[in-house]
Write a protein that binds this ligand. Structure first.
Ligand SMILES: [Zn+2]
Length: 391
């Protein structure tokens, strides 16, 4: 049996919006037809479910850490990144039961918020069972971390073995961040992974990261001291972090750069010249939570760079909702065009995770999830907009 869903507008995302359009979805959630009202000939037996609002494909949350879900509200706002990291490291341990319950709740919250797929970072196998059973598709990015060069081999081996725990075929190894991996680790990582290994690295989330790479000064040096790590191998590079580490990442692997709060125009120029398959992930609510700052979004838009949306974890956010991230962006950057930001939240994320064959747009044959946005003012996303999952 097909369900026929209609609303004031259908946004297939990869094609033009359809006023009063109709989407036919089968019991499995696969799109079987998309019609404009003029071409749709009503058969007596067909019942159309009609809604007020805008129908879009399910959201892609390109960046999350499900295993930190039990840390909601634990770290205060506005500490800056190095302090935030210290606090996460010292207070992340909890009973397995508490962590499992929090992850299950977070997974359910994301489903209800219209999220169909997630790029999720992991340091443990805590989330593996939940991911197998979830209605959401997870691509797991197993993080490799190692500040001291001597740790590189062991840390890579450890990460490789952890990938075995995530068995849905959507898993890759990724350096956690420029400040948490030695140059030796980057070089060994480059040799160790195949071209298909998608990379998702935290990038320029704090200006302290740029200070560390430019001058070897700032709060990260205190951070290393506090966790007992030797920072001797780090040398001042006289340029921002991304310009220092990007050449060490394997080519032509797909590359998600996450946060980019302190990415300059010069950095953007540098990345463009490297001619790589780069996607920029924005996590505005987490940036406001930790640093009280937002990326210079117009630089990326003007450069025609692909953007995607992530929620980050509940350690730095009060919701796991791509819609709430979009609202934050539209509130802070009033000239943003919803027809563009909705692409960041759907098809761009699907392409970044290499799942665009099924996700990211309303197209016949895809199973992208069908979501209704209620309370839109024409094509404007306001704070009042609510979500209802239709398939
Ligand atoms: Zn993150």
């Amino acid at each position: 049996m097909l369900k026929y869903l209609s609303a004031n507008y259908i946004l297939p995302v990869t094609s033009m919006p359809i006023k009063d359009g109709i989407v036919a979805v089968d019991e499995e959630g696969v799109i079987q037809g998309i019609y404009d009202p003029a071409s749709f000939t009503l058969n007596d037996k067909v019942k159309i479910e009609r809604y007020d609002g805008v129908i879009i494909p399910g959201f892609i949350n390109a960046h999350c850490h499900l295993e930190l879900s039990h840390m909601k509200g634990v770290v205060p706002k506005g500490t800056g990144l190095p302090n935030f990291l210290s606090q996460v490291m010292t207070s992340r341990s909890a009973s397995m039961k508490k962590m499992d319950d929090a992850m299950a709740k977070a997974d359910k919250e994301m489903y209800e918020n219209g999220i169909v797929a997630v790029g999720d970072h992991a340091n443990t196998d805590n989330s593996s069972t939940l991911k197998e059973e979830s209605q959401i598709l997870y691509h797991t990015f197993v993080e490799v971390i190692g500040v001291e060069p001597e740790e590189a081999d062991f840390k890579l081996k450890e990460a490789k073995s952890l990938t075995q725990e995530f068995r849905n075929g959507h898993v890759s190894i990724t350096p956690h961040a420029p400040y948490s991996c030695s140059k030796a680790l980057f070089k060994k990582f480059k040799k160790a992974v195949p071209e298909t290994n998608i990379i998702s690295i935290h990038n320029q989330e704090s200006d302290e990261e740029n200070k560390l790479f430019r001058y070897k000064t700032g709060e990260f040096l205190d951070f290393y001291k506090s966790i007992g790590k030797n920072a001797d191998s780090i040398k001042a590079q006289a340029r921002n972090s991304i310009q220092s580490y990007l050449p060490y990442l394997p080519y032509p692997n797909k590359l998600l750069l996450v946060h980019n709060t302190y990415t300059s125009l010069k950095d953007l120029d540098f990345v463009e010249r490297m001619d790589r398959d780069v996607v920029w992930c924005l996590c505005p609510k987490a940036n406001l939570y930790i640093e009280g700052a937002l990326p210079k979004i117009h630089n990326f838009i003007n450069a025609g760079q692909p953007l995607v949306i992530g929620t980050d974890s509940l350690a730095s956010n009060d919701t796991l909702s791509v819609l709430e991230e979009l609202k934050a962006l539209h509130e802070h950057f009033e000239d943003l065009d919803f027809l563009q930001t909705i692409q960041w939240a759907t098809i761009n994320g699907a392409v970044a995770l290499n799942i665009q064959d099924k996700y990211g747009s309303l197209e016949v044959g895809k199973k992208p999830g069908v979501v209704l946005l209620q309370g839109m003012e024409h094509m404007r996303l306001t704070d009042k907009v609510k979500i209802k999952r239709l398939a």
